[in-house]
Design a protein around this ligand. Structure first.
Ligand code: ATP
Ligand code: HMH
Ligand code: MG
Length: 555
């Protein structure tokens, strides 16, 4: 193949304006200790920076990868995947491939110096949050990339160690293994090999079972990355699509439905780009991986019957969400932490005392301004509970208010609730996540920073922290006070809702503790042990509104 490269006149020398983005937008990616932890909240820094001019930074992923002329994989997949998730994607092209649904007909590497020039152009000018790598054809390119990342640090690095295409064609030099192992992996936040790549990285071990994948993930973790995802798209005889996520301590088995389709070309590139896109938006790593996996599954499902090309492996449609609103039904609604603002928790005892049905209690709290509802029915018969939960679900859906079920995963599944809230002695959040999948909301009650950390690791979406003040709704409940609440909030990588003895009289003192991830208060007695739920909710809401507008003014 003849290399025809455009030789540009030497480009202007950009001043090396090294920026450290750590903390700018509050990505909660746990990082290698050599780098700064990222715990600052997104909105305040940006608002202050914008000076109220309405400008905003768009989350930005830079892909460093090869071009696929068939546009199913490589840079083309990366740009489409990021676009579909609302993230800007710039692209440094490392190689141009002639490729289609049959296989790879040619590879034309871009000279290393020109890869370096592209990197400098993007990184010296644009505010890149996350770098994602795909095809890196030579050790020289790996080196160039590592040097650029040292000069222009970004918040996280996602490495998809592309080596061989599914059609069996080589996409990188075999000597690249050394480049990955020696330098790039140590800088990576996550590495995402498929089975063949994981095997190659470990000297050719055979990987045939989930247990093999776990031990491979651990061995690859020893090569330096913070997290490892071994993808099981090619796992023989598996009816599920199983990936293994290793966080340095524990292997998480991530299950998805295996879609029967020929259109799986580019799943790996797409998955890694979606992880990068979600990190750019501020998700913690496990969430980013789960959201990415759910996206791939939905895109494959939508595209399973499309026909592009005549070869054995076709591309799929990344932009499927634009095509049909109806196809969005199965997708994870983005959990909006602001929904925790006024969190109403129903109580069957109080409903009985005031002679109210659970649906009346839910309707009234929504009318008064509740932004999320949790049904906490400790004594209800299961059949009655499911029936009531279904009715409440209808009410909540029609008002766009999420409905969670306390403790009872079975009831949540039965009524297709938006999620579940669990306590420390209920089913572990990690197991709940397995049962409910990535698209539901999971909350965990936490009293300590260690519990908050565990909730994050387990894949929860928020934590409920308390009892802040003494309460009659929970016996023998240790009260942690405002200091305890603040300590947990500051340690928590997840948004927090405060709970325990909170009502209009003290909600202001709670909200002003000065923790940006404290998103609201949960109320039980102060709403439901009262004659008029609507007016109590309205009172609480106006106290919360007042507290949040004061907090904004003091920024
Ligand atoms: N048929 C399928 N149905 C559902 N999910 C799938 C299917 N095939 C692959 N996946 C998922 O897609 C993601 C990518 O996995 P895979 O093992 O295919 O990566 P890859 O081989 O690097 O991809 P590529 O084909 O781009 O080289 C994983 O999350 C995997 O579980
Ligand atoms: C350019 C390119 N990158 C990655 C892959 C892996 O899917 C591919 N087939 N082509
Ligand atoms: Mg594959």
């Amino acid at each position: 193949m003849a290399a025809v490269f455009l030789t540009l006149p030497s480009s202007p020398i950009f001043p090396p304006t090294a920026r450290v983005h750590a903390g700018r937008r509050g990505v909660f990616v746990a990082r290698a200790s050599a780098r700064a932890p990222m715990i600052a909240p997104m909105s305040e820094a940006m608002d202050a920076e914008n000076g109220g001019r309405g400008q905003r930074n768009m989350p930005h992923v830079l892909t460093v990868a090869g071009s696929d002329s068939g546009a199913g994989a490589g840079v083309q997949a990366d740009i489409k995947a990021c676009g579909a998730l609302g993230v800007y994607c710039s692209s440094v092209i490392t190689a141009v491939t002639a490729q289609n649904t049959v296989g790879v007909q040619g590879v034309h590497p871009v000279p290393e110096e020109f890869v370096a020039e592209q990197l400098r152009s993007v990184l010296s000018d644009m505010e890149v949050d996350i770098v994602k790598t795909g095809m890196l054809p030579s050790v020289g390119v790996v080196k160039v990339l590592c040097d650029s990342l040292k000069e222009f640090p970004v918040r996280a690095l996602v490495v998809d160690p592309v080596m061989v295409s599914t059609s069996g064609d080589m996409l990188s030099e075999p000597s690249n293994l050394a480049g990955y192992r020696n330098e790039l992996f140590a800088m990576a936040d996550i590495v995402t090999p498929n089975l063949k790549e994981a095997s190659a990285l470990l000297g050719g071990v055979s990987l045939r079972t989930v247990a093999d994948m776990c031990s491979a993930a651990k061995s690859i973790h020893n090569l330096g990355p913070r997290y490892v995802l071994v993808k099981g798209g090619d796992l023989p005889d598996s009816s599920d699509a199983i990936d293994i996520f290793f966080d340095g301590e524990e292997c998480h088995e991530l299950y998805g439905s295996r879609i029967k389709t020929r259109n799986t070309h580019g799943t790996g590139c797409t998955l890694a780009s979606c992880i990068a896109a979600e990190l750019a938006k501020g998700s913690p790593m496990l969430h980013a991986v789960q959201t990415a996996k759910a996206f791939v599954e939905s895109a494959l499902n939508y595209s399973k019957d499309i026909v592009i090309g005549n070869g054995p492996q076709g591309p799929f449609d990344h932009l499927f969400r634009l095509k049909s609103q109806n196809d969005n039904v199965g997708l994870k609604p983005q959990f909006d932490a602001n929904d925790l603002f006024l969190y109403a928790v129903t109580d069957s005892g109080m409903n009985n005392k005031w002679d109210r049905s659970i649906t009346d209690a839910v309707k009234a709290s929504i009318e008064g301004g509740a932004t999320i509802i949790q049904l906490r029915e400790k004594d209800a018969e299961t059949r009655n509970f499911v029936e009531a939960a279904m009715a409440c679900m209808e009410i909540c859906r029609s008002h766009g208010v999420p409905l969670l079920i306390n403790d009872r995963v079975d009831v949540a599944l039965a009524c297709d609730a938006d999620g579940v809230h669990v306590g420390q002695s209920d089913m572990p959040a990690r197991v709940v996540r397995k049962l409910l999948g990535p698209r539901k909301i999971i909350g965990v009650s936490c009293k300590t920073p260690a519990q908050a950390e565990q909730a994050w690791i387990d894949g929860a979406d928020y934590i409920g922290c308390g009892g802040v003040f003494p309460t009659t709704t929970k016996e023998n409940n240790l009260t942690i006070g405002l200091d305890g609440l603040k300590a947990v909030c500051l340690a928590s990588k997840l948004p927090v809702v405060a709970i325990g003895g909170i009502g209009p009289g003290n909600a202001h003192s709670v909200m002003k503790i000065g923790a940006p991830n404290l998103k609201g208060v949960a109320a039980v007695s102060s709403l439901f042990d009262r004659a008029c739920i609507v007016s109590e909710a309205q009172r609480l809401r106006s106290v919360l509104m007042d507290a949040s507008s004061r907090a904004r003014l003091s920024v």
